[in-house]
Design a protein around this ligand. Structure first.
Ligand SMILES: [Fe+2]
Length: 480
């Protein structure tokens, strides 16, 4: 809710024409902008379509009286200062009116200087409210900027924008669209803060024009481009493109549904600032994401180069990653956790870079010395990846992927659930793929034999619950 500084506009509500006339004449001469209503009903209509600083209302009127009008202003949280005029000069009525939200009261018959004095104080009060609201807006904007730097995904930024805008603008609906390469818009998220079920619906073709705009667009009912809304036209709409690398990549659409509070120019500027800042942050996030992807791809490239030296292990890491992915899904892990384990799977044998690989893939059995060397690959893998900040989360899974459920694995001999979940998943995926691929010392085993082997080693080498899920996944696939 924002109130802008402007010439005080006063609504006089009284069923007696003579009172309306006297007050209009006198207060107009004093420089106020005056409008009148003959009862509460008319006043309500006017308040909904216009913006007033002060409402000077009679208490007893036909149709809708002063108390009911106060109730209406309160319920809708309309930013206006109400003053009650009453001819029934009991102090109780005045107190009741004050309790119902009136700022002050005037007893009839009144003196003009009393009216001026009370009006001046009411306007001061109004300006104070306006200042407070603006301060609150500025403050929430500041907090939002601070918080943005802690977000690492565009979705995180949108969540923040929505919460800041909800507080600063008291809108009814906030929508975030993604502007796709062919310029069409895809809705990413919508927050409905109103009680309404039927929300505004935009014409997708006309929305493309709005989305292409270089700045924020503030529109009200009556000034919308023809056909922009196909259903439930809102009272006021604010559209703000979010530019990333100089290109409009997202669009914020914010609506007020009822006409008593339309967006102001000040609010348009607030939204413009928010959109600009979010654009800059999303640009950074996308840059970091791109760097991380490039980096991961480079490391993966190394891992694959190692595999490629030998026809037996070609594509092993990728297959392990795919199996791990299915296990994660079967376990119902979060997207974030699944992504982490997938990446760990791709890089699980990266440590083999540090080992003379030819020796490890010879047809004969490894000598005890060679086996000891082979067992170092999880340790070496951890060392290789340790300096890379954004890969820290996947280190435990890589380091422990040869641990065994009964504690007989390496490097640390962890047992049961001491072994990170990701590492327990990798152990199954890794072994299954190794068994079902050709090896220098034996041909590939069949799926059935591999499953039997997993079952046999459930509880000793592998987490028995995970083996069960793995078997379920394969059985379900077979059933399909
Ligand atoms: Fe390994």
């Amino acid at each position: 809710m924002v109130i802008s500084a402007r010439k005080p506009k006063i609504l006089i509500v009284d069923d007696e024409p003579v009172i309306r006339d006297i007050l209009t004449e006198f207060l107009s001469l004093e420089g106020y902008d005056i409008e009148t209503a003959h009862d509460g009903l008319e006043a309500r209509e006017k308040i909904l379509s216009g913006k007033y600083t002060v409402i000077l209302s009679d208490l007893k009127m036909p149709n809708l009286d002063g108390m009911q009008l106060l109730q209406f202003i309160n319920d809708r949280r309309i930013p206006v200062v109400p003053i009650i005029m009453t001819g029934y000069g009991t102090i109780e009525t005045a107190i009741d009116a004050m309790k119902a939200g009136a700022y002050d009261y005037i007893l009839k018959p009144f003196k003009m200087e009393d009216i001026i004095r009370i009006l001046d104080r009411a306007i001061e009060r109004y300006n104070l409210i306006a200042e407070n609201i603006q301060l609150r807006e500025a403050l929430s904007l500041y907090h939002m900027s601070e918080e943005m730097s802690s977000k690492h995904t565009p979705e995180g930024i949108f969540e923040l924008i929505i919460s800041a805008l909800s507080e600063a603008l008291s809108p009814d609906v906030i929508e975030v669209y993604e502007i796709q390469k062919n310029k069409s818009l895809r809705i990413i998220t919508r927050k409905n803060l109103s009680q309404e079920e039927s929300l505004p619906k935009l014409d997708p073709e006309r929305l493309k024009f709005i989305a292409a705009s270089s700045s924020t667009t503030l529109l009200e009912d009556g000034s919308y481009p023809e056909g922009l809304f196909v259903e439930n036209t809102p009272a006021s709409a604010l559209f703000a493109p979010i530019k990333v690398n100089g290109v409009n990549q997202y669009l914020l659409a914010i609506y007020k549904l009822s006409s008593n509070q339309i967006f102001t120019e000040g609010q348009r500027k607030t939204v413009l600032t928010i959109a600009d800042r979010s654009g800059a942050h999303i640009e950074n996030i996308q840059l970091v994401m791109k760097m991380q992807t490039t980096f991961s791809e480079t490391i993966q490239g190394f891992a694959m180069a190692i595999e490629a030296k030998d026809r037996y292990t070609i594509g092993h890491s990728e297959r392990v990653a795919k199996i791990a992915l299915e296990l994660c899904k079967g376990l119902g892990l979060s997207e974030e956790e699944t992504g982490r384990i997938f990446q760990a799977a791709l890089l699980h044998d990266i440590g083999k870079i540090g080992i003379r690989y030819e020796e490890l893939n010879k047809p004969e059995k490894l000598t005890p010395k060679e086996y000891e060397m082979f067992k170092l690959h999880p340790v070496i893998g951890k060392k290789i990846l340790q300096p890379i900040t954004f890969l820290q989360d996947i280190l435990p899974d890589i380091y422990h992927h040869h641990e065994q459920y009964d504690g007989s694995g390496y490097p640390d001999g962890l047992r049961g659930e001491e072994i990170p979940l990701g590492a327990r998943i990798l152990a199954i995926a890794d072994t299954y793929d190794a068994m079902t691929s050709d090896r220098p010392y034996r041909p590939a085993l069949s799926h059935e034999i591999a499953i039997e082997e997993l079952k046999r080693c459930a509880g000793t080498q592998f987490d028995p619950k995970l083996v069960e899920i793995f078997i379920d996944i394969y059985n379900n696939r077979k059933a399909k």
